[in-house]
Ligand binder design. Structure first.
Ligand SMILES: [Zn+2]
Length: 293
């Protein structure tokens, strides 16, 4: 078995968004990326000699469109799509997904994500926590992993932990940053998920943004610390204001402080936009009533 990182070249940028090819018999994928990068994914698969129809199994970490948007194209060619039980209905009927993407991205929605079409119910397979799914001679262990989203799975395949967004965002030599979009983020629950991910002692950690890293313990510990910093940041700021526009420049400056290289910072903005993260943190603070003394 070999694991290949496929660069989807999202927004014409390298190392922002990946899919992973597990080259085994049969080959399968973790993440599809959005439909807008489907042609890039096709080209990446061809480098290894595969066509879309060769991929019969796809594991989606969660249903956010940058991770799952092109799943329907594989299902149309006969693939089974594995997903968290809370995500299944949104793949079968993506109306709500499209509606919330349109609310956030407005006229840029199509350019960013392409089509998001429904998948036949029988092609979407609900997973359960701790389940082991055998594909050929490879075992895929499913870890329910709430924190970033309520519909998130992490997959342990051999010694690789595929963490979607629950393992944070890490690009090149950049920092290990939380991805905290609305509506589900829950930092205390996420911290528990980090302990769970640590407990498997994987050799590699592979966030979808971007690529595999071999310092798993350091990665997860840094993410844990940075999540706690985000938690402290919003708890402090929300007492002063819960207004997005007031908080935005403060948040932006705060995020800047994690970076030494301005160019690297720009790549993170594609993968993990400040706008989404601040909206997610404000919502998290309000739901938990941190704004009330
Ligand atoms: Zn996500």
């Amino acid at each position: 078995m070999r694991i290949h990182t496929l660069d989807l070249n999202f927004l014409n940028s390298k190392q922002v968004l990946s899919s992973y090819l597990v080259e085994s018999d049969p080959p399968f994928l973790v993440e599809t990326g959005p439909d807008s990068t489907f042609e890039n994914l096709k080209a990446e698969l061809r480098k290894f000699g595969y066509e879309i129809k060769d991929i019969k199994y796809v594991f989606i970490t969660h249903i956010h469109l940058d991770h799952s948007g092109a799943a329907f194209r594989f299902a149309n060619e006969g693939a089974k799509i594995y997903v968290h039980p809370n995500g299944k209905r949104h793949l079968v009927n993506p109306e709500k997904l499209i509606r919330s993407a349109t609310m956030v991205y407005k006229e840029r929605t199509y350019e960013l994500w392409g089509d998001t079409l429904p998948i036949d119910e029988e092609k979407v397979i609900e997973t359960s926590d701790g389940q082991i799914i055998t594909i050929g001679d490879i075992q895929v262990r499913v870890l329910d992993s709430p924190g970033h989203a309520k519909h998130h799975n992490v997959y342990l395949i051999d010694d690789h932990l595929f963490t979607g967004d629950t393992g944070g965002v890490r690009i090149g030599n950049g920092p290990i940053m939380p991805a905290v979009p609305p509506p589900d983020i829950d930092i205390p629950i996420w911290l528990k998920t980090i302990e769970k991910m640590k407990s498997y002692n994987a050799t590699y950690i592979c966030p979808s943004h971007f690529g595999c890293f071999s310092d798993v313990e350091y990665h997860l510990e840094t993410l844990r610390k940075n999540l706690i910093k985000y938690d402290e940041f919003i708890k402090k700021q929300i007492k002063f204001s819960d207004d997005y526009n007031t908080l935005f420049p403060i948040f932006k400056e705060y995020v800047d402080s994690f970076f030494t290289d301005k160019k690297v910072r720009d790549f993170y903005q594609f993968a993990n936009p400040d706008e989404m993260n601040l909206a997610g943190l404000i919502r998290y603070a309000k739901v938990n009533k941190f704004d009330v003394e």
